[in-house]
Design a protein around this ligand. Structure first.
Ligand code: TRH
Length: 379
């Protein structure tokens, strides 16, 4: 199966983060030829430093990466039609409803009339809400062309498309975590911080300081670092360390994606955001604090609640309450010392729970394999 995967970067790194992981896994583990079309290659470069943001075509880790000049523009049509003869893949993935270039859709339709149509997949955003499972796999016939688009929803249950997980991921995690000191008492807490700039960081730092618990906070480059630097009146540079009582704040450079995964494996608590780091924190099997991407009409709060319902099932009441309260605070605009104290008091239980949660998720098929199964009979 040849894959064409289209990624339009809306903002931040989640769109490209997910697409790159999927493309790489389809090529490396499933042996499929993959072309990844990206409209903004500058967003890939921090995650994959060896990539060239200026190249119109390059191959990285077995994936052919193409620049998608504009979503619909002529430049794309010209570049693309130069090798259009056998261009359209057997599977065409439109990530996050990014809207394929009309010229490409026309070519898909032309192929459909001569032979069988390519399988057209819309890879959706991750949600734990039950409607997402209800919609997973639904077909949407094109109103005028002989093409059908299928909705593929990542998710947490057997009725969803699952989560991205490379075959070696958990073994690599375990190799790093084996021998780590699970006892969080009597040593600084290791915390990774990746959030949007409206997280209640001032309240959080105050709560951390008040708790007296020493902590080393690994601060991601970009918004988290800028927000903290502004708060502390420091120059926003990824150099040096900032100290605040028993807190050590360590600004990080933007890490390659694989190094970021490893950072999460080493921490006692991962503050993560968006979609992809959120999933990786679950595979890290450590307590997490999710800063969810804000949506219109607070739709993200339903999404957050749906996840917490699943995640907290099986937790004792006090731990579940602490998780919910801290998530409400982190995704609201204020955080109390009490919500942080209650959460920290539960960290040993939450550490055990995080491992159980990851083990449970690992029982279901990973997204790339599930996609392969889904495509059977559609080609
Ligand atoms: O960057 P994000 O906020 O992306 C968001 C979400 O995907 C959101 O759902 C979407 O609607 C919006 O973009 C447009 O957060 P996310 O999803 O966690 O993606 C971050 C990626 O960056 C992830 O692949 C991990 C990677 N990363 C690194 O590789 N190195 C780093 O140092 C850091 C901090 C992140």
């Amino acid at each position: 199966m040849r894959f064409d995967l289209f990624c339009r970067v809306i903002d931040n790194y989640g769109d490209i983060g997910v697409c790159w992981r999927l493309a790489r896994q389809l090529a490396a583990e499933h042996g499929h030829p993959v072309r990844l079309w990206v409209d903004d290659l500058r967003s890939l470069q921090p995650l994959l430093p060896e990539s060239d943001p200026g190249a119109t075509a390059q191959t990285q880790h077995g994936v052919e990466i193409r620049h998608w000049p504009t979503a619909t523009g002529e430049e794309f049509t010209e570049n693309w039609s130069a090798d259009a003869a056998d261009a359209v893949g057997d599977v065409v993935i439109e990530a996050f409803a990014c809207e394929l270039p009309p010229a490409f859709v026309a070519a898909m339709a032309a192929i459909a009339t001569q032979a069988r149509p390519p399988a057209w997949i819309n890879l959706e955003y991750l949600s734990a809400e039950s409607w997402a499972e209800d919609c997973h796999g639904l077909a949407s016939p094109h109103p005028t062309l002989p093409l059908t688009k299928y909705f593929f929803f990542p998710g947490f249950g057997e009725r969803s498309g699952g989560l991205l997980r490379e075959s070696e991921l958990l073994a690599r995690r375990d190799a790093v975590q084996t021998g780590q000191n699970d006892d969080i008492h009597g040593r600084p807490l290791e915390i990774s911080l990746f959030c949007y700039d409206d997280a209640p960081l001032a309240d959080w730092l105050r709560a951390l300081a008040a708790s007296g618990q020493p902590a080393r906070i690994h601060v991601a480059a970009g918004k988290p670092q800028a927000a903290l630097a502004a708060l502390l009146g420091k120059p926003n540079e990824a150099s040096g360390r900032w100290t605040l009582g028993a807190l050590e704040l360590i600004p990080l450079p933007f890490l390659p994606q694989t190094d970021y995964d490893a950072l999460l494996w080493r921490c006692d608590l991962n503050c993560i955001r968006g979609e992809d780091s959120f999933v990786r924190a679950q595979w890290a099997a450590r307590p997490l604090l999710w800063h969810i991407y804000a949506q219109d009409e607070n739709a993200h709060l339903d999404k957050l609640a749906a996840f917490l319902d699943r995640y907290c099932a099986g937790l004792d009441t006090a731990s579940a309450d602490a998780v919910r309260a801290l998530h409400r605070a982190w995704n609201g605009k204020a955080l109390t010392e009490g919500s942080w104290r209650d959460y920290c008091a539960r960290l040993p239980e939450l550490r055990v729970h995080a491992r159980q949660w990851a083990d449970k998720l690992a029982l279901q098929g990973d997204l790339a394999s599930n996609l392969g199964k889904f495509l059977v009979g559609k080609l």
